[in-house]
Write a protein that binds this ligand. Structure first.
Ligand code: XIL
Length: 355
């Protein structure tokens, strides 16, 4: 809420007058924000769709950019930093009393073509460090946390020591991660620094191994003295894949015992193999959300919980995992008309209203 509106609401009479303005948001909507809850948004969508902006303001205390801080959009050439769209997002967040998270600083995917010219360990370290120093200092004091390393574990790890091969491991081996965390901490000592990973929530052996590898990755970083503060569990859930509730709770408890926080960073549910009827599908989606959030919150309440998009109107799942029957996907807490679904009720069970 901006200060003028808050002052306006401060007086009962003025508030009553405001509520009667045509198109005004209902007072109850202002109370729907949950502490620590937020969503990923793309600037182009937020800018073009006032209903999306309204929904974000109604429900969220945090946002994270879908694209705008990734290397591809941010670094069109070796010397360019295209901060405009991410600046617009952080301005939107601050105007509306929300926090923004940073996503991400190191990722195997979506690197701009010019990075293929990098030819030596020294050059790799120089470019990695320059990127992190420049980007993190640009937002110093304004972003709550950064996904410093995104998705370091391969899809099918053979052992807990397996690491995804990337441009950075090619030149720097595993040292790239410590370099990245130290550069981020130096550029913004107050940002919480995160390693973020997907497919660590499920009961099958591949997911269990991925979780073991993420655990090893985090412990090695801590042992090396790197400033790692939190594990991000992306939670791109599958409607047809059971959650390893006990395994997830054990993992979260162990990470917390190591002094790390655990965030839910990209929650959504792929529903392409679920039954078509909306009510039935929404109930299964909400059950998966309930399963994973109850497992993660068993050791301690979840303080940071973001979904990857807020409304079914804007989700990567519609492009990446469309349904064979061509009915629209329903992967997110609000439907395509911005009405809350059982998914939102599940989130509300694991978050507190704003005080
Ligand atoms: C996705 C975006 O949503 C897509 O639109 C894009 O094409 C690819 O990236 N894990 C992550 C996110 O960390 O950055 C990804 O976002 C989804 C998986």
């Amino acid at each position: 809420m901006n200060p003028s509106r808050r002052e306006f609401l401060g007086s009962g009479l003025a508030a009553a007058a405001w509520l009667t303005l045509p198109g005004a948001r209902a007072a109850s909507a202002l109370t729907r924000r949950r502490s620590g809850f937020g969503a990923a948004v793309a600037w182009a969508d937020l800018h073009a769709d006032p209903d999306l902006a309204e929904a974000v303001k109604t429900y969220c205390t945090q946002i994270v950019p879908v694209y705008e801080l990734k290397w591809g959009p941010l670094r069109p050439t070796r010397d360019a930093f295209a901060f405009g769209p991410a600046d617009a997002l952080v301005d939107f967040a601050e105007r509306n009393e929300m926090k923004m998270r940073g996503h991400n600083l190191v990722w195997y995917y979506g690197l701009p073509d010019w990075t293929r010219e990098i030819a030596s360990p020294a050059e790799a370290e120089r470019e990695l460090t320059r990127h992190i120093e420049t980007v993190v200092s640009h937002y110093r004091g304004r972003l709550a946390s950064w996904d410093v390393v995104n998705e370091p574990i391969p899809d099918n790890p053979k052992s807990s020591r397996d690491r995804r091969e990337t441009l950075w491991t090619h030149f720097l081996g595993e040292s790239y991660a410590g370099i990245a965390f130290r550069a981020a901490a130096a550029a913004d000592p107050n940002a919480r620094l995160v390693v973020n990973e997907y497919d660590v929530e499920f009961a099958d052996p591949t997911s269990q191994m991925k979780r073991a590898a993420l655990r090893r990755f985090a412990l090695d970083l801590l042992d090396s003295g790197a400033p790692l503060h939190a594990i991000g569990m992306q939670c791109h859930l599958r409607g047809d894949r059971p959650i390893d509730r006990d395994g997830v709770t054990r993992f979260v408890a162990e990470m917390r015992d190591e002094g790390l926080d655990v965030y839910v960073t990209e929650l959504d549910v792929q529903d392409q193999y679920l039954p078509a009827p909306a009510a039935e599908r929404d109930a299964i989606v909400a059950q998966r959300v309930q399963d994973v959030l109850s497992a993660i919150s068993a050791p301690a309440p979840i303080g940071t919980l973001l979904t990857w998009g807020l409304s079914d109107r804007y989700s990567w799942i519609s492009q990446m995992f469309p349904r064979p029957d061509h009915t629209p996907n329903r992967p997110l807490p609000l439907d395509a008309g911005f009405q809350p679904k059982p998914f939102m009720a599940a989130i509300e069970k694991f978050t507190r209203p704003l005080a």
